[in-house]
Design a protein around this ligand. Structure first.
Ligand code: ATP
Ligand code: MG
Length: 232
């Protein structure tokens, strides 16, 4: 459903020009759980921003198959939930916002969805500062989920959370993928999590995809030296 072909991106002009992505090719199938791993600065978030059309590409093509409304079909969740949520709004208003086109039963729908991400009614009247980091990320996730996207991009969404909460959110992602059938592109530098969660993974190094691996018998196998180093 997502197809990225020969994508390249540089920042800066003239002598300052700095290539960040080189000839990226990737796909995400319907309902697939795909990972992208790579060290800091390898270009993962840049790739995510380009896919979400938050920035123009230099070269290459990004296509979405079978999605008519780009903004309703594709959602992204970022690492920093605090920055993503309006601090002066209550959770209720944050969650109502993506549903503004919905005329009726908005609050009933929000109520039924709350439980799916492990939140309760009592959280609705709070502001983001009155939530824990894990709860904030659940609100962030739910906000993106309410429009029932076909593709959800998660960019380091568990990186600032402690291990236990990480585990809960990762299980939540898996469950949402199973229940709703939405495809997920899960970006992380945490190999353990990606290995646990994803069916297929791309390894990025210095703006290139150096290897792709499909999970077999519960694990990935790699041949590229950089992947071996990462997954060692
Ligand atoms: N707007 C920008 N202008 C100039 N350079 C940028 C810009 N955004 C990113 N870069 C550079 O592009 C490179 C890739 O950054 P990116 O944020 O995509 O990496 P990342 O893989 O997401 O890293 P991390 O794991 O730390 O989040 C870095 O060298 C970064 O400095
Ligand atoms: Mg990043």
């Amino acid at each position: 459903m997502l197809q990225v072909e020969h994508l390249s991106k540089s920042y800066g002009k003239g002598k300052r020009r700095k290539p960040v992505l080189h000839d990226i090719n990737l796909t995400v199938g319907k309902g697939e759980l795909v990972g992208i791993v790579g060290e800091s600065g390898s270009g993962k978030s840049t790739l995510a921003r380009l896919i979400m059309q938050l920035e123009p590409v230099d070269e290459g093509k990004i296509s979405f198959l079978g999605s008519d409304n780009f903004y309703a079909s594709n959602q992204i969740v970022f690492q920093n939930a605090t920055a993503a949520l309006n601090p002066s709004w209550t959770v209720r208003n944050i969650l109502r916002e993506p549903l503004r086109m919905m005329k009726r039963n908005r609050d009933a729908y929000i109520s039924t969805m709350l439980g799916k991400v492990g939140l309760e009614e009592k959280h609705l009247d709070r502001r983001p500062s009155e939530l824990s980091g894990g709860e904030r990320q659940r609100v962030n996730l739910l906000r993106s989920m309410l429009v029932e996207p076909k593709l959800l991009i998660c960019d380091e969404i568990v990186s600032n959370l402690d291990r236990l909460i990480q585990k809960e959110i990762v299980e939540l992602i898996r469950q949402l993928n199973r229940e709703t059938g939405m495809a997920i592109l899960f970006i992380s530098h945490d190999l353990k999590i990606v290995q646990h969660l994803c069916d297929r993974v791309y390894v990025m190094e210095g703006g290139r995809i150096v290897e792709e691996s499909v999970k077999r018998d519960g694990g990935f196998s790699f041949t590229h030296p950089y992947s071996l180093l990462l997954f060692e």
